[in-house]
Design a protein around this ligand. Sequence first.
Ligand SMILES: Cc1cc2nc3c(=O)[nH]c(=O)nc-3n(C[C@H](O)[C@H](O)[C@H](O)COP(=O)(O)OP(=O)(O)OC[C@H]3O[C@@H](n4cnc5c(N)ncnc54)[C@H](O)[C@@H]3O)c2cc1C
Length: 399
Amino acid sequence: MATQPFDVVVAGGGLAGASVGGVLARSGLGVLVVEKERVFRDRIRGELTWPWGHHEALRAGLGEALVQAGAVNRPALDFYADGQRVDSLRWADVSIDALPAIAFSHPLLQETLLTWAEAQGATVMRPAKVAAVQDGHRPVVTIIANGRTTEVRARLIVGADGKKSGARRWLGAETVTDAEHHWFGGLLLSGVPWDDTFGWATTPAAAVGWFATSSDSCRVYIRLRADQVRAAGIAHSVDKFVDFAAKFMPSGTMDGARKTGPLGFFPNSCTWSSRTALGHAVLVGDAAGALDPTQGLGTSLLFRDVRGLSELLADNGNWERATSEFAYQRHAYYGVLRAYDRWCALLDAEEGPEADRRRELNAAAREADPTLGGFAMLEACGPDGLVPDEEARRIYFGE
Ligand SMILES: Cc1cc2nc3c(=O)[nH]c(=O)nc-3n(C[C@H](O)[C@H](O)[C@H](O)COP(=O)(O)OP(=O)(O)OC[C@H]3O[C@@H](n4cnc5c(N)ncnc54)[C@H](O)[C@@H]3O)c2cc1C
């Protein structure tokens, strides 16, 4: 058992943990990042960050790491119906600083960010697991690595251990989750000739999204009701998944597709912690609150967390005050994103006459105000300043 003090111990070295660890180390703090996986693998996670999240990542100082990880610009969002492109949104027309969306390999970005965090001065323990935290004036973190237990003291513990976070219990918090409404699944393919856009085809019954993450990798996502996923057999058969997605894309797009990663589906529900900060512990990324993956806002959210928390800690000698302020702000912007996820699900993924009427009203409202009170700009400009109240809901739905 060794005891060694750090300013900050980060539990989890995913995109959120590695980013926050690197940014805090760069500011001169003593940081330890603990990551339980020896090697990152494809877990079918976010590989597209919208312009808002791109902007947040650059503000946090992560631009160099994004380049090192081979992140590529995705300047447009193209909408498809019956295999034909019917509309296109150029991000440069609407985003902050005319920034594009970016695409990347998730495991490669995890690996790169962890290496980058070390280069900024952070210590990385891997594979190692944070097993417990005892609160106190200087909390004690128990870490298990190679069958050995180490105790480390720190001024602040950052829980960045993902959607199924164990760190929540160190804050005495509970996991809260919305009812599951659809499933969202993905598969990485090679042999799919594709351009530099994000393709999105949505009908009330299903949605398919696809984009190249590199010159020979295409990520394909499908949103469908759980019973329909089972009936279509697409959660366990690559051929069925590919055939299903191909029907939404331009003819021939999937003719040469070959599987290069695992296939998996996940419930589309927001899941969050009942508390974001307490005493010497604070949560970021999916650990603080994960979103419905359909809208693809999870990585933008975590970059917002990294930027916000690191700025508050730098500006405030009293870290308990800084983390409570972070929790307050996080609650506000997570609330906006969660409301938006629910509104999109109601609008895009429901069938029947009532849902059709809702879509008509929304389309008319969009004609009058293309920003829909700011909510239709969320992927481009982010949630700050928006309030998801009844008035905003009425504007969004054109009521
Ligand atoms: C199917 C799907 C598609 C998605 N698509 C998009 C998209 O297109 N765009 C987008 O922005 N978002 C998307 N998301 C969401 C995005 O992937 C997540 O929001 C993001 O990965 C969260 O990152 P994180 O670092 O908070 O958590 P995680 O990626 O879960 O990282 C947590 C890390 O902590 C480690 N860990 C856990 N417990 C411990 C412990 N006790 N000790 C040490 N280490 C520990 C884990 O090994 C892991 O590396 C998608 C999600 C899903 C499921």
